[in-house]
Design a protein around this ligand. Structure first.
Ligand SMILES: Nc1ncnc2c1ncn2[C@@H]1O[C@H](COP(=O)(O)OP(=O)(O)O)[C@@H](O)[C@H]1O
Ligand SMILES: [Mg+2]
Length: 255
């Protein structure tokens, strides 16, 4: 198996707290890889280490075989490792299209568009970027919303807009931090379909998700974290019936 993303004995400490302990994971090309576990298990911290937001205390992160441990977030994003955040990040006063365009660049700052407009290369690529943003919106089923204010979109649609924003960068791998959290069951279906289509087109997907049913339905591989450690990893059906997992996770309140 070729690993797109791989960690080797990754550990992360905050003061006395071991957010991650000795986490070794291989995320294979073409997988739809789910990471589950109770709140505080270390899932978001793991994403932060993979994407350069946190520097691990020890251990290594490799992307397509090259070590990227300690690279800053913009560089990692530039390599094609794109993510969404657990807390939605939207520019509410910008249009849906402008929010997606913001994903075509490395730094999504609030004055991003002014930077883009001012840059010399902008005019040449404006049309192309626009087309890519529209096709990303089409991909997530939001093409008809392009000119609406992002702040006016219902929550579930904002989550899909975030997916369009990572897709415009033509990523090698996308990391989705609880893509379906807090959305209606109808929107969850939509999101699930879009995530599967991202996977179907050949992009590797890593997903943190609370909704175990959704995970079991679409994931090709599941890893369970508890207290910063891997307690199980494998095919969804094997993980679901693992007694350690049932004890640590499924048997207790997930919120
Ligand atoms: N920036 C931080 N500073 C201090 N502690 C943190 C920080 N980020 C995460 N933690 C701690 O690390 C542990 C794992 O958190 P997190 O990765 O957010 O878990 P999850 O996403 O699985 O709910 C928790 O105990 C949390 O309080
Ligand atoms: Mg989290």
């Amino acid at each position: 198996m070729t690993a797109v993303l791989e960690t080797d004995h990754l550990s992360l400490q905050f003061g006395g707290v071991n957010a991650l302990s000795d986490v070794s994971m291989q995320i294979g090309e073409g997988s739809l890889y789910a990471i589950i576990g109770p709140n505080g298990a270390g899932k978001t911290s793991f994403f932060n280490c993979l994407t350069g937001y946190y520097r691990p205390t020890s251990g290594a992160v490799r992307f397509q075989g090259s070590e990227v441990t300690g690279l800053d977030a913009a560089k990692v994003a530039g390599l094609g490792v794109r993510r969404t955040f657990q807390n939605i990040r939207v520019f509410p006063k910008m249009s849906v299209l402008e929010n997606v365009l913001a994903g075509g660049h490395l730094r999504a700052t609030s004055n991003l568009l002014s930077i883009v407009v001012a840059s010399p290369g902008f005019r040449r690529t404006e049309r192309q970027l626009h087309e890519e943003a529209m096709s990303s919106l089409e991909f997530v089923g939001l093409a008809d919303q392009w000119n609406n204010l992002a702040g006016d979109l219902p929550y579930g649609m904002r989550k899909r807009m975030e997916l369009a924003r990572v897709l415009i960068a033509d990523p090698v791998v996308v990391l989705l931090d609880e893509p379906a959290a807090g959305v209606s069951s109808v929107e969850r279906e939509e999101l699930s379909r879009v995530i599967q289509r991202i996977h179907d087109r050949g992009t590797c997907v890593v997903m943190i998700e609370h909704d175990v049913d959704l995970v079991m339905e679409i994931a090709t591989q599941v890893t369970v974290l508890d207290n910063g450690r891997i307690i199980a990893s494998g095919l969804p059906q094997d993980v679901r019936t693992n007694p350690d997992v049932i004890r640590a996770y499924m048997g207790r309140d997930r919120k």
